[in-house]
Design a protein around this ligand. Structure first.
Ligand code: LRH
Length: 483
C-alpha cells in the first residue's frame, strides 16, 4: 500500500477538484475524489464567485477523498492543502463570518483604479517595490476600489480565496506567501507588506493576516467539521496556494535545465522563466513582465497571456446562440482550417471581461492573407486564437530571456489543462523552434500534493527532490519543431 495519502483542493476559474494524492516509493498518483464546476455570476451588481457553493463542493470532496484513502487500506488523510486562482479575496468579520460577496477579478470595479493609484505612487516606484506587473485586477487595486472596508468591526480581515478556505477548515487566519505576492502589495524580497502602497490604496494593514510559507502547518480541521465529514482532525498544510505556483513546482524539469521555461496553460497562459531572483529593472516593467513568488523562494518571471479563456468564452457565446459546440471537434476542425490568415493580440486587456467573445475576437482580428475580412466559422476563429497564442508565446519567451539575460532554453514545458491541446503545442514548437514538452495536465494538484508530502517527510528536502518525484509520476508528450 501507499505510505501517505493527502487531499489537494484545487479551485480554478471554470472548475474545481479535490484530488487524493497517494505518495509511495518516490511516486505520486492522483485519484480524483470530486470534480465540480465554477463560474462567474452577477451578484449584488458585481461579477462574483459563489463561495458558499464552492465550500459545499470542497466539503463533499474531502469526505470522498477520505473514503478513497481508506479504500486504499490507509487510515485516512494525513493532511489537506488548498490552492486557487490568484488575487481575489473575501472580507471576514471578527468571528470569521463572511461579510459580503467575493467579487471576481474580471469585474469592472477596477476600471481606471491603477491609473488613479499611479498618481499617488508612480508606476516605476510600485514595480521597484514589488516586482509585480500592474494588471487592473491586482488585489491592491481591487482593495483601492473597495467600498466595504470602512466601518468594519474591529477584528475583521481580508483573506485571499485559498486562505479563506483555510479559515473555514481550521479557524486560523494566515496569508500564504506565493499568493500574497500576486496582491501587488508584498515587497519583492518577501519581507512583508509595502506599507507605502497599502497607505496609498487606503488599506489598514491590520486587515491582513500574518504570512505563512508553503510547507508550514496552518492548523487542524475544526472538530465539528471533522466529525461532519468523517475525516478526523487532519492537519491543514500551507502549499503554493497560488495555483500557478503549484503548477510550476510540478514542471518535470531537471536541475540542469535552469532557468526552466514554462507555460502554465489554463484559463490563462502564464509564460516565462523560473529564476532565483526578481528582474526589477524598468525594461521588465515596460514589457509588462511580473515577478511572482514561488515555492522555496523561487521567482516566476512571466507574462499573463489570455489563454483558453478566449476559446472557452467563445464557446459560451456559440452555446448561448443555440449551437452545440464541443472542444475536441472544434480543435480538430481548427487543425484543418487554412493557416496564417488572421491574428489577434492575446495580451490585450480588452479580452479581460466576459461576454460575446467570438464577436470581440472577430472584430479585433487583423488580416494577414486571403480575401476574407474576418474569421467567419468557429474553426477559423479558433485557428486565429491558437496561432496568435503560439506567436505571442514566441515573442514573450524571447523577451523574458532577453530581460533576464538568459539564453533561449532548449525546451519549453507546458503544464495544466491546456497542455492537452496538441494543435497549440505543435504551433508553439514551430513558432519557437524549440521542443515543447507537454504535461502533466494536473500539474497544480501535483504541486499541491508534493508540498504536503514533503512536509510529511514522504519526499526528501534536497533541491530538485519534488521535480524528481514528478518526473517519475507522469507521462509526457514531446512536440518537435517542424520546418
Ligand atoms: C491562474 C491565475 C493566474 C493569475 C490569474 C488571476 O489561474 O492564478 O496566475 O494571474 O489566475
Amino acid at each position: 500500500g501507499a505510505s501517505v495519502a493527502v487531499a489537494a483542493v484545487d479551485l480554478g476559474a471554470t472548475s474545481g477538484r479535490v484530488m487524493l494524492g497517494l505518495v509511495e516509493d518516490g511516486r505520486i498518483s492522483l485519484l480524483p475524489a470530486h470534480r465540480f464546476e465554477n463560474r462567474l455570476e452577477q451578484r449584488d451588481g458585481h461579477l462574483s464567485w459563489d463561495i458558499g457553493a464552492l465550500w459545499a463542493e470542497i466539503r463533499h470532496g474531502l469526505a470522498q477523498a477520505s473514503v478513497l484513502a481508506r479504500d486504499q487500506g490507509l487510515p485516512g488523510l494525513s493532511s489537506i492543502g488548498v490552492d486557487s486562482w490568484a488575487v481575489d479575496y473575501g472580507i471576514v468579520g471578527p468571528g470569521g463570518e463572511q461579510a459580503g460577496e467575493v467579487i471576481a477579478y474580471r469585474d469592472h470595479r477596477t476600471d481606471g483604479v491603477a491609473d488613479a493609484l499611479a498618481a499617488r505612487v508612480p508606476r516605476e516606484r510600485q514595480f521597484a517595490l514589488t516586482g509585480i506587473a500592474q494588471q487592473p485586477f491586482n488585489t491592491l487595486y481591487q482593495l483601492a476600489a473597495e467600498d466595504r472596508l470602512t466601518g468594519l468591526p474591529a477584528g475583521s480581515g481580508v483573506l485571499l480565496v485559498p486562505d479563506l478556505v483555510g479559515l473555514l477548515l481550521t479557524g486560523e487566519r494566515r496569508t500564504e506567501r506565493t499568493n500574497a505576492s500576486t496582491t501587488g502589495a508584498l515587497l519583492a524580497s518577501g519581507d512583508g507588506w509595502a506599507s507605502e502602497l497599502l497607505d496609498a490604496a487606503g488599506v489598514d494593514p491590520a486587515l491582513l493576516a500574518p504570512l505563512i510559507a508553503p510547507g508550514e502547518q496552518l492548523g487542524t480541521v475544526r472538530p465539528g467539521l471533522a466529525r461532519e465529514l468523517g475525516i478526523g482532525e487532519v492537519p491543514v498544510v500551507a502549499v503554493g496556494s497560488h495555483d500557478t505556483a503549484s503548477a510550476v513546482l510540478a514542471v518535470p524539469a531537471r536541475e540542469e535545465d535552469a532557468p526552466v521555461a514554462f507555460i502554465s496553460s489554463g484559463t490563462w497562459s502564464l509564460i516565462g522563466l523560473e529564476l532565483r531572483a526578481p528582474v526589477l529593472d524598468e525594461a521588465a516593467r515596460e514589457a509588462g513582465f511580473t515577478n511572482e513568488g514561488g515555492v522555496d523562494g523561487t521567482v516566476r518571471f512571466l507574462k499573463n497571456v489570455s489563454g483558453m479563456w478566449l476559446v472557452s468564452e467563445a464557446i459560451r457565446q456559440w452555446e448561448e446562440d443555440g449551437a452545440r459546440v464541443e472542444l475536441e471537434g472544434l480543435l480538430a476542425a481548427a487543425a484543418h482550417a487554412p493557416a496564417d490568415r488572421f491574428r489577434i493580440d492575446p495580451t490585450d486587456p480588452a479580452f479581460l471581461a466576459p461576454g460575446r467573445m467570438a464577436d470581440r475576437v472577430r472584430a479585433a482580428a487583423t488580416v494577414l492573407s486571403g480575401d476574407d475580412r474576418f474569421p467567419s466559422t468557429p474553426a477559423e476563429l479558433v485557428r486565429c486564437i491558437l496561432e496568435s497564442l503560439a506567436e505571442t508565446y514566441r515573442d514573450e519567451l524571447t523577451a523574458a530571456c532577453r530581460l533576464a539575460r538568459a539564453p533561449l532554453p532548449r525546451r519549453l514545458h507546458v503544464v495544466g489543462g491546456g497542455s492537452l491541446n496538441a494543435l497549440l503545442n505543435q504551433l508553439t514548437a514551430d513558432a519557437l523552434g524549440v521542443e515543447v514538452v507537454a504535461g502533466p495536465m494536473e500539474a497544480t494538484a501535483l504541486g499541491n500534493v508534493a508540498v504536503q508530502a514533503r512536509a510529511l517527510g514522504a519526499i526528501g528536502q534536497e533541491p530538485g527532490g519534488i521535480r524528481a518525484v514528478i518526473r517519475e509520476s507522469t507521462e509526457l508528450e514531446v512536440f518537435a519543431p517542424r520546418g
